[in-house]
Ligand binder design. Sequence first.
Ligand code: BGC
Ligand code: BGC
Length: 668
Amino acid sequence: MKKNLSRRGTLALALTLSFTVALSGAVGKERRPTLFNDWPTIQNPVKRDDAMEQKIAQIISGMTLEQKVGQMTQAEIRSITPEQAREHYIGSILNGGGAWPDMKKHASIADWSALSEKFYRASISTDMKTQIPIIWGTDAVHGHNNLFGTVLFPHNIGLGAAHDRGLIGKIASRTASTVRGTGITWIFAPTLAVVQNPRWGRTYESYSSDPQLVHDYAVEFVNGLQGTEMSSGKIMGDNHALASAKHFIGDGGTYQGKDQGENRASLKDLINFHGAGYYGALEAGVQTVMISYSSWNDVAAGKDHGKMHGNKELITDALKGKMGFDGLVVSDWNAIEQVPGCARAHCPQAINAGVDLVMVPDDWKQFISETIKDVETGVIPMSRIDDAVARILRVKMRSGLFAKSPILSAPKSAALDTNGQDRELAREAVRKSLVMLKNNNKALPLKRTSRILVVGEGADRVERQTGGWSMTWQGTENEAADFPNATTLLAAVRKAATGRVDYSVDGQNVDISKYDAVIAVASETPYAEMKGDVAYPASLQHSERYPSDLAALKTVSGKGVPVITVLFSGRPTYVNDLLNLSDGFVAAWLPGTEGQGIADALFLNLQGKNSQDFQGRLPFNWPGSACPDAGSKSILFARGYGLTFATPRKVARLSQAAAPNGCATDKK
Ligand code: BGC
Ligand code: BGC
């Protein structure tokens, strides 16, 4: 992107310099100087279009209150029909994690597109003076992850490890195209959480604890999704989709890493740390922002600001005011009910705080009637309603929805991986995301002719690689048949190795001496928000949560055959015992469907050379204690760590201190 002396360029540069200065040298324990004393103004690359603004005002002046509130409503496809959407002037729909057309898990691209067409047709067949097309949003957070048969890219934590900006743009652009092919034009990504505590079950949705990286990736992801050709009237082409920066703000900094918990940061930390990704997204012209379930309690200042969904100071004054965001703000799934005094279908506080589009997946009908009453009784001023509708219409117009039906604008074939380019891209992303934590005695790379034993439950289970937000919400209740194009690590090893490859889940009754190497897979079972926390004071020791992984390693280790452990996890986690039992150890995060990318890194190439060295570096500190809450003392490998073949280093035996009774007694 060209750097000029515009305010935008200057700000981007200032951020880059400041974060770089702040974070270089002191890996892991960064100093955090104040970069901004207040929320910065971000130059919006999407210019206001006077003709468009006039058109918006004209449409709004012809709308009834019922129609306006309908536009502000987002319902879920399991709870609304196209006919109901028409009748109630619904502005937006979403499919939640694990929601597919007609609840057919293996729905085809044509099924998705047909449903989109039905909603679109219904939305432009109302009795409104001007027809307003409905907009559909989906959680395509690592590829179009509710779509059967599609390629799933590594979750964000792995992309953070890759430290490769170009990769992010390419993945975003392919994801947008795939989503467009199914008739959907809006994606609830990127997550810009700057995660502080790996206990949080959404750690894997975060790129890094480094605000600079989150900022830079936000720019690339939004540019890749929405495209970069922005004129005042239109921001994206037919292969692009709207992005949503989420979850505003501070979701990654909740106390003890609790999902939907309380962020206790100071205003300055909110601005300079948790805000970084939003500056990147806004610089790239992001049009929608999703609010966080979490709350903000500025403990040092003695001020509890409560739930973000009720926070006018941050949503209206900071985001829309000081930062200059003129797109739409959407609430999170049933999140309004958490604002004190609100109910699931009724929350004037959130709308008055600045929420424009309200995600009320099931109770949309009641929400509409309650909100109409609020306006009639003056609880919500009409000016706020008009502003919300104007923002929704602006985003719809800018994204081209008024010009062309989403089905006609992108062909279904856009959702296909026609010549395997997505698989190739995912494979590259997987390879680049791997972080080699240990490689004693040159255990890696492996020769292709080696005789290999593979152990561990996760070696041949796709859902351990794909994690949450994969076909289903939590990533559970999936089987191999739900991912017909996936390659497990076992399948990948079988393909890469020319010698004998055997698989034993637990390594029992196997003559280890018959092999040249053992690949042991340790893995977390899938999880997502709400269910994925390792809640304080539980221990963050992997083997305590998954004892069979330790048992398998104990069985194969110490038999004179090198053992390489590959870990699938959505977080950095305490594995000192597993490290001690392994000669080589690779953190593979949640790589998605392209297990071949792991084999690419583990094995020498066909010429017997290692053409591709490891490039992944830790995006988070890696805990050296089962109780990571203890601060810097409990860091085993600092953020930025990652071994390569070119710079080998021996990892000595590590102390092992379990916390069988949890971390409650641990000094914090
Ligand atoms: C999550 C969001 C997601 C939304 C829609 C919420 O529970 O927090 O990240 O976009 O659901 O599925
Ligand atoms: C939905 C998700 C949503 C979650 C929140 C699930 O049923 O499918 O998309 O985020 O509920 O509670």
